[in-house]
Design a protein. Structure first.
Lengths: 188, 334
C-alpha cells in the first residue's frame, strides 16, 4: 500500500486509477488537490455558498463513480472535473433542486453544513489561486472566448457574431487559452 | 478534519475503500433484485422515523448542561444541534426559486433595469455616482452583456464612466440587487419556516426562528455596485459587491487581461481613500512588491505583469492627510 505522501506526487490519472481500485487515500489526495477549483467554480455559478458546498460533495461523489472511466492523458484532471461540475449544476437547475444522485448511489450520508463551513466556502472561493485567477492571467481575448464557450456554453457561431470575428478565430482563442491554462496548472 | 469538506472527504474515502463506487445499483434495480430489499428498507424507515420523532419530542426536555457563549445559551448541546439541523433543513436551497437557472439562461436573458435611484448608502459611499451624467456615461453595449445576468434592477441613470485607462473604459454599474438569494427563494424559506414552526416545541422553535431570520437577513437581495469595462478587445464585467462590503474592504477586485504582457488589477474604492498600497506576494526570486496608487473615480487600476499576475496579499488605505484608514487582508474578488 502506498503512503499518502507518495500519492501526493502521483498524477491525477494515477490517483483516479488507484481510487477506481478501492484506494480511498488516493481519492483523498485527488479531492484535496481540486477542492478549491470546484468550490470556486460552483460558488460563482450559484451565488450561494450552501448550494456550492452541497454541489461540491455531489461533484466529487460523481467523479468517484466515474473514476474508472477517466482516460485523459493530460496532466490535470481539472477540466474533466469541472465538466462534471457543469453537468451537475445543469441537472440541478433542470430539476429545481440540488442533484444528489451520485451520493445516493454511493450510500453517502448527508453532512450537516454549519456557519463556519459557509465561511470556508467563501474563503475557498476567494482564495485567489483557483481557476478564475488563472483565467485572469490569460490575454483578454482568450479569457473572453473561454468564458463564453466553456462557462457560458455558447456556440462558436454566437461568440463569433458577438466578437465580430470568424468562428475559426474563436476556436483558436479557446484552444490556445485552454492550452495555456493547462500549462499554468502543471506548473503549480 | 472536522469541518464540512473534511467530513465529505473522509466519507468519500471510506466509501471508496469499501468499493461502493463499483456496485451496479441501477442494473440490480432494473433486474428487480433490489425491490424486496427496498420494500423492507421502506418499512424500516417508517419505523425509524416514528421512533426518531418520539425520541426528539422527549429529547427536547432532556436535562443537560447548557453552553454559555453559543447563540442559544439556554439550550443543551443536543438541543442546539437539533436547532442547527432544523434551520439547515429550512434553508436548503432547493426548489425552482432557489436555483438561479432562470436568470443564468443566456438565451432568455434580458437586462433587468430600474429608472430609479440607488439608496443613500450607495450614493454617499461612491462620489463618482453623485456627479451629473454626461454623454460619456452612456454605454449602449450594457444591455447585451450577459456578464450582468445576476443583477436585478440596474440603475441605468446612474451608470458612470469611472475611468479610462490603457485603452479600456471602466464603468461603475449600481443595481438594486447584485446577488444573494432571490425574493422567491426568500419567500420559500419563510414559508418553510412557518410550516416547520407548527410542529417544533416553543423553546426550540424560537431558536430556529432566530437562526433562520438571521440567515435570511444576510442572504436577502441587497443593493450593490458592479464593475464593467469596455475595451477594443471586448471588455469584461464583475458579479458585484454590496455597498457594505465596498465600504469595509473595497469591491470587485480582479485582474483584467489588458494588452500585451501587462494586465490590470482593478477594484472599487470608497470615498475618503486617497492612496492604496498593495502588497504582492514574494515571487520565486526576489522580494515582495509593494505598489502605491491613487483611486480615480472610485476606481483603482494598477498595471501588473501578465506573467506574474497574482492577487495582492494585503491592501492599506490612507486618507488625504496620510492617516491610516485600514488594512485589508481579505479581498473581495469577482
Amino acid at each position: 500500500m502506498a503512503r499518502r505522501d507518495e500519492r501526493e506526487r502521483w498524477s491525477d490519472a494515477e490517483l483516479l486509477a488507484a481510487a477506481a481500485g478501492r484506494d480511498g487515500a488516493a481519492y483523498g489526495v485527488f479531492y484535496s488537490r481540486h477542492l478549491q477549483a470546484v468550490v470556486c467554480y460552483l460558488r460563482r455559478q450559484t451565488g450561494d455558498p450552501e448550494a456550492a458546498a452541497d454541489l461540491t460533495a455531489e461533484v466529487f461523489a460523481a467523479a468517484l463513480l466515474s473514476a474508472h472511466r477517466y482516460r485523459d492523458s493530460s496532466e490535470s484532471a481539472a477540466p474533466w472535473l469541472l465538466g462534471i461540475a457543469r453537468n451537475t449544476l445543469r441537472m440541478s437547475r433542470r430539476q429545481g433542486q440540488i442533484e444528489d444522485r451520485a451520493r445516493r448511489r454511493l450510500g453517502y450520508e448527508p453532512v450537516l453544513l454549519e456557519d463556519p463551513d459557509l465561511d470556508r466556502v467563501e474563503a475557498l472561493a476567494a482564495g485567489g489561486s483557483g481557476v478564475m485567477d488563472r483565467m485572469a492571467s490569460l490575454p483578454a481575448t482568450e479569457r473572453e472566448a473561454i468564458e463564453r464557450r466553456v462557462l457560458q456554453e455558447r456556440t462558436y457561431q454566437e461568440i463569433a457574431a458577438e466578437l465580430r470575428c470568424s468562428e475559426l478565430v474563436v476556436r483558436k482563442r479557446v484552444s490556445r487559452g485552454l492550452a495555456r491554462l493547462r500549462t499554468t496548472w502543471t506548473e503549480r | 478534519m472536522d469541518d464540512y469538506f473534511g467530513t465529505v472527504a473522509e466519507q468519500l474515502m471510506r466509501l471508496c475503500d469499501q468499493g461502493a463506487h463499483r456496485r451496479r445499483w441501477r442494473r440490480d434495480l432494473a433486474s428487480r433484485k433490489l425491490w424486496p430489499a427496498l420494500g423492507l428498507a421502506a418499512s424500516v424507515a417508517v419505523v425509524v422515523a416514528v421512533v426518531a420523532v418520539a425520541l426528539w419530542a422527549g429529547g427536547a426536555n432532556t436535562p443537560g448542561g447548557t453552553t454559555p457563549g453559543s447563540p442559544h445559551p439556554t439550550l443543551t448541546a443536543a438541543q442546539q444541534k437539533r436547532v442547527r439541523q432544523l434551520a439547515y433543513r429550512i434553508l436548503r436551497p432547493t426548489g425552482p426559486a432557489c436555483i438561479r437557472n432562470a436568470r443564468l439562461s443566456i438565451k432568455n436573458w434580458r437586462l433587468s433595469i430600474s429608472h430609479g435611484a440607488p439608496g443613500h448608502a450607495v450614493l454617499s459611499t461612491l462620489g463618482v455616482l453623485r456627479r451629473k451624467a454626461t454623454a460619456a456615461d452612456s454605454v449602449s453595449s450594457l444591455a447585451s452583456r450577459p456578464i450582468l445576468l445576476q443583477a436585478r434592477g440596474v440603475y441605468v441613470r446612474y451608470v458612470r464612466l469611472a475611468r479610462t485607462f490603457g485603452g479600456a473604459h471602466y464603468y461603475l454599474v449600481p443595481a438594486a440587487d447584485v446577488g444573494g438569494a432571490s425574493a422567491g427563494c426568500i419567500a420559500t424559506y419563510r414559508r418553510r419556516l412557518s410550516n416547520a414552526l407548527r410542529s417544533i416545541p416553543p423553546p426550540l422553535g424560537a431558536a430556529v426562528q432566530g437562526d433562520v431570520q438571521r440567515t435570511i437577513a444576510r442572504i436577502a437581495p441587497h443593493e450593490g455596485v458592479m464593475l464593467f469595462s469596455v475595451s477594443p478587445d471586448g471588455g469584461t464585467g464583475s458579479a458585484g459587491d454590496s455597498i457594505q462590503q465596498i465600504r469595509q474592504r473595497g469591491g470587485d477586485f480582479g485582474i483584467f487581461g489588458g494588452s500585451g504582457r501587462v494586465s490590470q488589477l482593478t477594484g472599487i474604492i470608497p470615498d475618503g481613500v486617497a492612496t492604496v498600497t498593495l502588497s504582492f506576494p514574494r515571487q520565486a526570486s526576489g522580494s515582495p512588491i509593494a505598489v502605491t496608487a491613487r483611486p480615480v473615480g472610485n476606481l483603482l487600476v494598477v498595471p501588473v505583469p501578465s506573467a506574474s499576475s497574482r492577487f495582492p496579499t494585503s491592501m492599506v488605505w490612507r486618507a488625504p492627510n496620510g492617516r491610516l484608514i485600514g488594512t485589508i487582508r481579505r479581498f473581495s474578488s469577482f
